[in-house]
Write a protein that binds this ligand. Structure first.
Ligand code: FMN
Length: 164
């Protein structure tokens, strides 16, 4: 039995939570086909959540909430996800195997920008981006990428860094 894949995420309006459900379903489907395929252990951030998930290898999933400016040339002001970011700042970044992001493509170049910032901030690869609640196809792709990075970490004992 392979260790479950740990996922730490935040969801303000429920879209990320919904996509986590799709990831869980994909993990269960793969695990039923082959017991070596890891299940998902997801923890949603809130003030009372168990942050010990960051003591094991884990992935982070974050939506984008920016206020004012264009986020790129004139100011990047992250709102609503700052408490989660503070919690991540205190976590063990050697265990942070990858960042997955989301947003709304109506924001054009700002789409999924917070995940890109976190990837740089914590020197972890950006392993996936999806829009709003995502779909089963995106969940399958992201699950398979997480699985690859988790297996790589299990073999080498060292995480991959952000590759620009
Ligand atoms: C005030 C506000 C600002 C947002 N800013 C961005 C943004 O800069 N880039 C982006 O891709 N999406 C942006 N979004 C869209 C959210 O990231 C998107 O709806 C996401 O799915 C929300 O995830 P959640 O429901 O899990 O909180 C914004 C949404 C709101 C309400």
């Amino acid at each position: 039995m392979t260790a479950a894949i740990n996922l730490f995420y935040v969801s303000i309006s429920g879209n990320t939570r919904s996509f986590v459900g799709k990831l869980e379903a994909e993990a269960k489907k793969q695990n039923a086909l082959d017991a070596v395929a890891p299940l998902l252990h997801a923890v949603e951030y809130d003030e009372q959540c168990d942050v010990s998930i960051m003591d094991q290898p884990y992935f982070v999933m974050v939506p984008t909430y920016l206020d004012g400016g264009d986020g790129i040339n004139n100011g990047y002001k992250e709102v609503l996800t700052l408490d989660f970011r503070d919690e991540l700042d205190d976590g063990n970044h050697d265990n942070l195997l990858g960042v997955i992001g989301s947003g709304n493509r109506n924001f054009n170049a700002q789409f999924g920008l917070t995940a890109k910032h976190y990837a740089r901030r914590f020197n972890s690869p950006l392993i996936g981006l999806y829009e709003l609640r995502g779909n089963a196809e995106e969940a399958a792709k992201i699950y398979s990428t997480m699985r690859k990075y988790a297996a790589d970490f299990a073999k080498r004992g060292v995480k991959r860094a952000l590759v620009h």
